[in-house]
Design a protein around this ligand. Structure first.
Ligand SMILES: [Zn+2]
Length: 598
């Protein structure tokens, strides 16, 4: 029945190539010319990636193997002239050796394929189902969320095809049940046998068993918000690589990139659980509840929306809140993470230059393409969006006397858009939030969503009987006096060397002419490296002048900098002095447990 058949094979794993055969049955009926296209981007990652640059060796024929002429007409379009035959059979290879969740990675150990950089498609047939046959190398197993029908995978349309990454690797997927449905976990790589989480673990199976158990709890806690899950099966593709971290959400699966050392400590393990929680929550928020440009998709151009803060900010709020609700993150750690986020936000001068809506709209050229000026001119809709969503949740709880919360907003959006063929318009967002809560949120949106104000975290926490305390981060835990430490005002990078990555707006460094790219080699004549620079600055007082020796474009320079006062950058959340009954009740409703006494 399907008139589109793809066949994937891997005769050349070591060359990082996947061979694709795409057969468009009855293509001649579509007209004398058929345009084949490759996506420029993939949903969930808002950057034009020009995937077509990895396509090579493309040839075409009809159903009898007679050659068909193909000319390339632009960077991502191939035009076939159907001068004879009925079907169009295109064969090509795709290079992939970039290990991220949004690109292809093919080598002797596995093939991880995303739909966008793999499949050529025909505009007229975007709504048609496609069959995908996968010829896995001997001993390899396929994991994907596509349904298997008589030995062949079936995608209902192009959006589903592109939304279903495929993993072909040596280990079969683990199957388990969560929220009343089947879940699968396909793992590539192996976990190091760290003992920070499962103290008496004797083998990798015990680590995996812990991960599966915690993942089940997380999935079920998310499902409780929405009253069930909207799928028959869900697949986690978990790829392990040192130093790697990231995920990409899909409707019935997610691709995750994490560290093999995740079990070394509880903190590192929490990072992995947070990633799982985040991407899983997206199956509702962004994959189904979505702005209209995020499904159905146009793959050849940017999908502009002012609402990515709802998609990513609200998801960031829920990834942590759900870990708490699932019982896998202690309240203390929940609040430590919230403080870390708050501290990060306040260290970004750009938060005064860009609103959440502006940040969302410009994701394609700003958030996804950071440079030395990003910190001064932009703010992340993940970071600020998460804090704004947390404050909004607490605000709704206070103003509705506990009758409503952000959960109700999500359930409302779910009912309205979860199954709808079209998503919401940016202009609908505030109204939808207001309908869900019965509140006027104009002032809130004006200030924190459309405007550039910092969310009032201190005020929000006070509503649930918590106090936010600010102090200064110091080496060696010295916090005795409240005198601000001396401050230079740069972000640095470098392994050993100290290279200025960015100079913060209105900082002493900017005032005295320190530039991104400068390598700082000495302070007052003594050499510094990336460990000692902060200590040397900290040993001075605000108002002191220091002589910095630096290399700029390989030439030695000296500049004098009068140090300033470091803004408060260390935060702590603790129960307020004497919380009222109302505050305690709101805390309990929010966190699902009693407010600790001290
Ligand atoms: Zn996300």
């Amino acid at each position: 029945m399907a008139r589109i058949h793809y066949r994937l094979s891997f005769p050349n794993l070591h060359a990082h190539l996947v061979s694709v055969e795409a057969r468009f049955i009855d293509a001649a009926a579509d007209g004398p010319e058929v345009d084949l296209k490759m996506a420029a981007w993939t949903p969930g990652s808002y950057m034009i990636r020009e995937y077509s640059r990895h396509v090579q060796d493309l040839v075409a024929s009809d159903e009898d193997g007679r050659s068909i002429d193909v000319v390339k007409v632009d960077k991502a379009t191939w035009r076939a002239r159907m001068t004879h035959g009925r079907d169009l059979v295109v064969r090509y290879r795709v290079f992939g050796h970039e290990l991220t969740v949004r690109t292809n990675h093919v080598d002797g150990t596995h093939a991880f394929l995303n739909g966008a950089p793999t499949f050529l498609w025909v505009e007229k047939r975007k709504e048609e189902p496609a069959l995908v046959e996968i010829e896995a190398p001997p001993g390899f197993h396929v994991a994907t969320s596509l349904d298997l029908v008589d030995g062949t995978y079936l995608a209902a349309n192009l959006d589903e095809l592109i939304d279903s990454p495929i993993h072909v690797g040596p280990s079969p997927a683990l199957e388990f049940s969560a929220a009343g449905r089947t879940a699968r976990l396909a793992l590539w790589g192996r976990f190091d046998m760290g003992k920070g989480v499962v103290r008496d673990a004797r083998g990798p199976d015990e680590l995996l068993a812990q991960l599966v158990a915690d993942t089940q709890s997380i999935m079920e806690a998310h499902a409780r918000v929405f009253g069930g899950v909207p799928y028959e099966h869900y697949t986690f593709l978990l790829l392990l690589s040192p130093g790697a971290y990231g995920g990409l959400e899909h409707k019935r699966s997610t691709a995750l990139l994490a560290s093999p050392f995740a079990f070394a400590s509880r903190k590192q393990y929490e990072e992995l659980l947070e990633l799982i929680s985040h991407e899983y929550f997206h199956l509702w928020n962004v994959k189904r509840i979505r702005p209209s440009v995020l499904g159905p998709f146009a793959y050849d151009r940017e999908a502009y929306t002012r609402s990515l803060w709802v998609m990513e900010g609200v998801t960031s709020t829920y990834d942590r809140l759900t870990l708490r609700r699932a019982g896998v993150l202690p309240a203390k750690r929940f609040f430590e993470k919230l403080c870390e986020e708050w501290s990060k936000l306040l260290a970004i001068p750009g938060r005064k230059k860009q609103s959440l809506e502006e940040s969302s709209l410009d994701a394609w050229i700003k958030l996804y393409r950071p440079d030395e000026n990003s910190v001064n001119s932009t703010v992340s809709y993940y970071l600020k969006g998460g804090l704004v969503a947390t404050c909004l949740d607490l605000d709704i709880r206070l103003r509705t006397e506990g009758e409503r919360s952000l959960d109700d907003v999500l359930r409302h959006l779910w009912r309205r858009y979860g199954e709808a063929p079209q998503g919401f318009k940016d202009a609908d967002v505030q109204r939808e939030f207001e309908e869900a809560t019965g509140l006027d949120l104009g002032d809130f949106f004006d200030r924190f969503v459309r405007g550039r104000e910092d969310p009032d975290l201190e005020g929000a926490l006070a509503k649930v009987g918590l106090a936010l305390k600010a102090s200064y981060e110091r080496e060696g835990g010295e916090e005795t006096d409240d005198v601000p430490p001396a401050w230079l005002g740069v972000n640095t990078q470098g392994d050993g060397r100290v290279v200025v990555a960015s100079t913060l707006s209105e900082s002493p460094a900017e005032r005295h002419g320190l530039y991104a790219g400068d390598q700082i080699v000495a302070v007052d004549g003594f050499r510094v490296d990336d460990r000692t620079l902060a200590k040397r600055i900290l040993s001075r007082r605000p108002g002191d002048s220091v002589r910095l020796t630096l290399f700029r474009r390989d030439e030695l320079f000296e500049i004098n900098v009068v140090l300033g006062e470091r803004p408060r950058d260390r935060f702590e959340i603790a129960p307020a002095e004497a919380p009222s009954e109302d505050q305690r009740a709101r805390y309990a409703a929010w966190m699902g447990e009693d407010l600790p006494l001290s």
